[in-house]
Structures are given as C-alpha cells and as structure tokens.
Design a protein around this ligand. Sequence first.
Ligand code: UDP
Length: 329
Amino acid sequence: MAILVTGGAGYIGSHTVAELLAHQEEVVVVDNLTTGHRKSVLGGTFYQGDIRDRDFLDDLFRKHQIEAVIHFAASSLVGESVQIPLSYYENNLVASHVLISAMLDHGVKKIVFSSTAAVYGEPERVPIREEDRAEPANPYGETKLAMEKMFRWADEAHGLKSISLRYFNAAGAHPDGLIGEDHHPETHLIPIILQVALGQREEIRIFGDDYPTEDGTCIRDYIHVMDLASAHFLALEHLRQHGQSDVFNLGNGTGFSVREVIETARRVTGQRIPERVVSKRAGDPAVLIASSDKAKRILNWKPRYHQLETIMESAWNWHKNHPDGYGDR
Ligand code: UDP
C-alpha cells in the first residue's frame, strides 16, 4: 500500500518524500505546483493536481491503494494570510475538507498533518507545550487550527486518526545537497541572509531591535527540515502501531535571536552580510520556543541536527550550489 503525500513538491514535503523513500515506502505525490517544484520530488509516482478537485482525488484513490495521507498542501505565509484571508480559508480549510471527505469515502483513515507554531499566537509561556492556549494571531494560524479541530471531530464521528505536527522554524536542506528551500518570493530569515551572502541582495533587514530579548531581536526555534521529515515518518509508524490521534510540537527547544542567526551565517559563509534595522513586522511574537518533550517521549523522535551551525551549513551548501534554486521560476 502507498502513502499519499499532498504538497510533496514543497520544501518540507519534498524532504519528507525523500525520507519515506529511504524507508522503502511506496509514495504517491500530489502537488498543484503553484509554489512547489517538480524537480524536488526525488521519487514515487507524481501527479500534478489540486486536492480541491474531488474527481481528481477519486481517480487517485481508485488507482492506488492508499494506506495513509501525509498532508502538506497549503498556503503558508503569515503576512500574505493577513492580506488575502479568504484564499487561506479556501486553500487550507476547504481543500482539507475535500481531501478528508474523499479519504473517508475511500476508507482511508490515517492522516499526518502539517500544522504550525502559529496556532499558539502570542505564547503564554516558553517553552511552549501542546496543551498551552492556542489563540492564533493571523489567518494562517487560524486555518491550521481549524484544520486540526476538523480532524479531531472527524475522528469522533468517523474514526479518522490524525497526528498534527506543529512545526517551529523549518530550516536547512537535505545532506545530499539535491533538494533544499526555494520560495518565490522568499520571506524566511535564513534563505534571505544566504542570498545576501551570495550577493543577490544588498543587506538583511532586521525586523525590529527593541523586543524584550537580550539583543532586542526576535528569538525563534530553528529545526532542521530532515528532523521534521523523520518526525513525519515516526508519526506514520505511530498511527500504524497505536492508532491514536494526537498533536506534537516539533522544535529544537533552543532559541536564537535574529542577530545570532546573522552572526552564525557570517561564520559559516565567511561573508560580511550587511544588516539594517527596519520597523517590526506585524504579528511577530518576541520569543517562540518549543518544548518537544512529548514528541521525543511518545514518537521516540531524536532530532539529529541540534546546532544552528549545522543547520546553516546544510542551507549554505544548498544555496551556494543552487543560487537560483530549482531554476523553474
Ligand atoms: N526576519 C527578519 N528579517 C527578514 C525575515 C525575517 O528580521 O528579512 C525575522 C522575523 O521577524 C522573525 C524571524 O526573522 O523574528 C524568523 O522569520 P521567518 O519569516 O523566517 O519565520 P517565522 O518566524 O515568521 O515563521
């Protein structure tokens, strides 16, 4: 039986496909390629299609014996979600509704779901635990939390078993150097810093330096994309063995400020990387750090790339060798 990966041509999706293939899983990938890259899918059977298209999904579930779904397909930019909230409800919540309706009709009852730290909003304490208050501060977080809840009610009513993985800041690239991060436009801190190192941008703009942190810049928990990928495989195994729905944070448990990230990039790349402080970005909490004790305890998750240095090196290896990413935009 196969694992269906929606959004498998995206950043975290493509690394998870690589992880599944390394475990000899049979993989079917669906991506509409709006933001994904065909070249990032290293194996399995690929379909270009949209999960909002029920006929397309019915065909797919008829063609392949699907055991479980790993669901990445979504819009995922906080700032954009504030500008076009309805499109986030459509791409995230409505699309997931179509997907799980099709799954249930075809008797598929296991889903691993890509959720986010954005479900918490301004945290009530750090490190953040799964039981802490979830009060999203933007439509992106709202739609992901609504999806989590929809899955939970679908479990109550129809026995759909789901594991929601709430990621903190995904970073880095596959150690083989074949796949990595390539967004258009790029909004994430580490790739933007590395574009400055490559001379593709003049400077890194620091969004605010008067936060209540040691150096005044925001603190985030950066987690290597391959560690996220391994957590998806473990979540799948957990559903196979225990079959209980659950939710897990995925982070390193260590926070780094924007300035520390820039300093690390200077050390790793040997480049100067000019910086300039600009005004704050709306909706950025000062500190986001995960407690991932639950994932370590229950999923037996063992993140391998703890050091920010190591994460940065793998990202640099990708960006240096692929200055134009996949070159398809
Ligand atoms: N950030 C920044 N300059 C940039 C991009 C991001 O100072 O050009 C900061 C941002 O305010 C946040 C951190 O870097 O505190 C990580 O931002 P990113 O967009 O990578 O991830 P997010 O935390 O929004 O998921």
